[in-house]
Design a protein around this ligand. Structure first.
Ligand code: SF4
Length: 444
């Protein structure tokens, strides 16, 4: 259908969603559609939704309104986790024309024969059990680094989480396909690849459509480290119980994997971890952090933590606060617990008042700022490699070192998507690090 109809995309949520939007956008391109920015006038608007985002429903309505403002006659399509979990709710939003569930989102171009607005939305959803097959994806062209999907779904049963209900069972891409995608991305001049999925430490499960583990996450890491042309490989987020010491040791001596680990903790209280039905106790978390810091002292460690989970007394919260305060970590991502339908936690007693959740969240974000500053200070006067991004932010170009220190320098378009050796000098008032080049040809 070679027509120059215009399509625009809006993605909510995680790196996995961005990799899938980018892949779906490429399928539109191969059908002859022209991709435009979401703020521009388009014939079709595709919104890739998230079920974890705070106020996901309000966000979705605002985005639909934005599309309608750009072109009130446009065909609006909702895909993604929220579309799988609550198709009727999205279909009821004024302006939505089509809602596709998990099994249909990659077949979206099959639904474009008739783009006339009917005044109501068609729903093509499914039982999540039907979404047991794997769709490969990676992001390209939207950012400096590419998000490479290697795994989807999750078999864990954390009591606060809806992701298994939105994305289905744990399943993986076959190893050769991942390596091919990585080579393809590298050939496009992308310098950094971020491995993404839902529970990537479970990589290998369902690789060939069954429950068996053909390969492990460590096999994947070792194989990717051999791929020609990739400068950097970053592990997005990995469960502590699935981050094997062998993997940590391998990353420490690898060619391309960077010393940056993002490891969900969720709580520093074993009592709360049990109620969350997490698969480790805090002692294992301490062991992982010390293993990393032993073999990679300059490694960056990011931590996900939830505050206000049902039953989290002041005492349990302070246990989490003190636990994190004592741990050699670099920053926190703090989430306020919010009830999700069809999750066991939503039925639990001892609900923590919203104001308390807010107060605790503020305290942990304060702790995160302190940790990040301490980590950045520990890196001053040391040499690193920076990958510059592509945006001119108030006259500056930003970039990240391999160990995730954010740096900046006056805007220079020649630096976009380039790697440079630098020495970290000082932390600016905005918390971003200034540096000097460690390359004679790049005199300061
Ligand atoms: S590991 Fe737990 S929190 Fe993470 S996606 Fe699976 S069920 Fe959700």
């Amino acid at each position: 259908m070679a027509n120059l109809q215009k399509v625009a995309f809006y993605t909510l949520g995680c790196k996995l969603n961005f990799s899938e939007t980018s892949t779906i956008a490429r399928s539109f391109k191969s059908e002859g559609f022209q991709r435009v920015e979401f703020s521009e006038e388009a014939d079709i608007y595709v919104i890739n939704t998230c079920s974890v985002t705070e106020n996901a429903d309000k966000r979705f309505k605002t985005i639909v309104k934005q599309a309608q403002k750009a072109n009130e006659d446009a065909f609006v399509i909702a895909i993604g986790c929220y579309a799988q979990l609550k198709p009727e709710e999205l279909a009821d939003v004024n302006g939505v024309d089509l809602v596709l569930g998990a099994t249909e989102k990659f077949k979206i171009t099959d639904y474009l024969n008739d783009l006339t607005k009917q005044g109501f939305a068609e729903i093509h959803s499914c039982e999540i059990e039907d979404a047991d097959f794997y769709e490969s994806a990676y992001s390209f062209g939207d950012r400096t680094r590419a998000f490479l999907k290697v795994q989807d779904g999750c078999d864990y049963k954390c009591t606060y989480c809806t992701i298994p209900l939105a994305r289905g069972i744990s399943r993986s891409d076959n190893l050769q396909n991942v390596l091919n995608n990585a080579s393809e991305i590298a050939a496009k001049g992308i310098k950094e690849i971020v491995l993404t999925g839902v529970n990537i430490g479970d990589y290998g499960k369902g690789e060939f459509g069954d429950k068996k583990h053909e390969h492990t996450f460590l096999d994947l890491v070792k194989a990717l480290d051999e791929v020609e042309g990739i400068n950097r490989l970053r592990i997005s987020s990995i469960e502590p119980n699935l981050l094997k010491n062998e993997t940590i040791d391998f990353v420490a001596q690898s060619n391309s994997f960077v010393p940056h680990f993002h490891i969900p903790l969720q709580s520093g209280s074993n009592h709360i971890l049990k109620a969350m039905r997490r698969r480790y106790m805090r002692e294992l978390y301490v062991e992982k952090v010390s293993q990393i810091k032993t073999v990679m002292p300059n490694a960056c460690i990011g931590v996900d933590v939830i505050v206000g989970f049902p039953g989290e007394t002041e005492e349990y919260f302070l246990e989490t606060y003190n636990f994190l305060n004592e741990l050699d970590i670099s920053y926190l991502h703090v989430f306020s617990y919010s009830e999700r339908e069809n999750t066991p936690a939503a039925e639990m007693e001892h609900v923590v008042p919203l104001s308390t959740r807010k107060k605790r969240s503020k305290m942990l974000r304060g702790l995160s700022a302190k940790k990040r500053r301490a980590f950045y200070e520990s890196q001053l006067e040391t040499t690193h490699t920076v990958l510059f991004e592509g945006e001119n932010k108030e006259g500056y170009i930003h970039g990240f070192t391999e160990n995730y220190v954010k740096v900046k320098t006056p805007w220079n378009p020649e630096l976009v998507n380039t790697l440079h050796q630098i020495k970290l000098d000082k932390i600016d008032e905005d918390g971003i690090v200034r540096f000097t080049y460690n390359e004679p040809e790049f005199a300061n």
